[in-house]
Design a protein around this ligand. Structure first.
Ligand code: PLP
Length: 453
């Protein structure tokens, strides 16, 4: 049925999306030249309807760690469908969720002993807030400036970016921001002993901001001292993204709460989970009456569980976590050269295959045009790199900073050495072109500003 339907309506993707889902989004795609019709995908590659191959260095915002349409995950999903598993019992249990929970608990280690499944990352964050407050009988929640944890109202309340939050006030009371990396500011708040949870991304997704040395370990120690739960958001950094199964393992941390999602199901089925200590769980689910104090209809979903088990197996069998660490080191070493090569490149930073490049006003050549572009819209220079990377080099990346010109990548961990070389060389050529700021680019920048309004 699907084959015929897709064939009959072929090519209507953008118009239909504009008419029925979101016309403004389609307008943005058309302005920046991202308005392709996509035909198929495999691993780190996407093909458009004209047969052009694109390198996907965005990875569906980081949900394709094992690559798009991973064969092994697909086989397991088909197997799960063929088995006619019982599905959602609601008042009952099945085996698959327990098996995946067991794997996640074992891999997280430390204090983690329980797993509450959700369907998305933002729901896992909602659970951090709700369960964390109930378990501690405290109401304040701290999170960091520039932090991102999802877009539902609870998660938005702990979001550190005014461009996401300003229009949706008032949000949850008791949620406050502290500067990322500042232990003194954190302690000043925690000292009041009324903070339920401190929620932090180990590496901030927006802009790939790295924690200063000692920060995360110090934050954990302060949380312990003042009775606050330490929550590390691994929705984006989890499952090998930074070169460890979970990023918190780089620093030997033992968080009380660990929300995960994105890549857990290989990108096939919506999934999320809140991994937590037994103490938190037992404080919330503390009686027969409270046995179902939190949950939702679709979680845990059987297909998501099957895909999750397969994804963990692929990460192990293909050594993708180690591969992410190795490729990440090479990527950093090779792109560090760009800082010397181009005045406009201010910094490259990253961990594993979570990487960003930040631009800044050059001292000499190109200074005037850089200023002009940034005056139109702060951070706009990054678009002058993302757009030709896509249209001329067929590499998909994203602008990742607000007001600061930054580009970020989250490629599938299955990229080849050649894919990495192709990215670095294309980036070099594109930055060289953007620094020269030809008239066509400036014209594009002007129309992009118009479309963004
Ligand atoms: N937390 C982090 C660190 C994220 O990057 C995201 C999404 O990008 C979320 C939470 C929210 O996850 P979801 O988009 O599945 O709701």
């Amino acid at each position: 049925m699907l084959r015929e339907l897709l064939e009959a309506r072929k090519g209507e993707d953008l118009d239909l999306w504009a008419r029925t889902i979101n016309p403004q989004f389609v307008r943005v795609l058309r302005t920046i030249g991202f308005d392709r019709t996509w035909a198929r995908a495999e691993g780190p590659y996407l093909w458009d309807a004209d047969g052009n191959r694109f390198l996907d260095f965005l990875g569906g915002f980081g949900m394709y760690n094992v690559g798009r349409n991973n064969r092994r995950v697909r086989e397991v999903l088909v197997e799960a469908l063929d088995l006619d598993t019982p599905g959602m019992l609601a008042m009952g249990t099945t085996l698959l969720p327990g098996l995946l929970a067991e794997q996640l608990i074992q891999r997280a280690g430390g204090r983690i002993e329980r797993c509450q499944f959700t369907s998305t990352g933002t729901e896992a964050i909602e659970a951090v807030i709700k369960l964390g407050r109930t378990a501690t009988k405290r109401t304040r929640v701290l999170s960091c400036d520039h932090g991102f944890h999802g877009l539902t109202l609870g998660s938005l309340s702990v979001n550190g970016n005014p461009e996401f939050t300003a229009r949706f006030q008032p949000l949850l009371p008791g949620c406050e921001l502290v500067p990322f990396g500042d232990l003194d500011a954190l302690e000043e708040q925690l000292r009041r002993e009324d903070v339920a949870v401190f929620l932090v991304e180990p590496v901030q997704g927006k802009g790939v901001n790295m924690p200063p040395p000692g920060y995360l370990e110090g934050a954990q120690a302060l949380c312990r001292r003042y009775g606050t739960l330490f929550a590390v958001d691994e929705v984006q950094t989890g499952f090998g993204r930074t070169g460890r199964m979970f990023a918190f393992q780089h620093w030997g941390l033992e968080p009380d709460l660990v929300p995960v999602a994105k890549s857990l199901s290989g990108g096939y089925v919506p999934v999320g989970a809140l991994l937590m200590s037994r103490a938190v769980h037992e404080a919330v689910f503390d009686s027969l009456q409270n046995a179902v104090a939190h949950g939702s209809t679709f979680a845990p979903n059987e297909l998501a569980m099957a895909a999750g088990l397969a994804t963990l197996e692929v990460l192990d069998d293909e050594r993708l976590v180690e591969r992410s660490a190795e490729l990440g080191e090479r990527l950093l070493a090779e792109t560090l050269l760009l800082v010397d090569e181009f005045e406009v490149v201010r910094e490259v930073r990253g961990m594993g295959l979570m990487w960003a490049i930040e631009f800044g006003e050059p001292e000499n050549a190109g200074r005037r045009s850089y200023r002009m572009i940034e005056r139109m819209q702060p951070g706009l220079f990054a678009q002058l790199v993302v757009v030709p990377l896509f249209s001329d080099h067929r590499i998909l990346t994203q602008v990742a900073g607000h007001k600061v010109a930054t580009i970020k990548i989250l490629p599938p961990l299955v990229i080849s050495d050649g894919d990495l070389d192709e990215f670095v060389e294309s980036l070099r050529q594109t930055v060289a072109g953007a620094s020269r700021m030809p008239r066509a680019l400036t014209k594009f920048a002007l129309s992009a500003v118009g479309a963004g309004r």
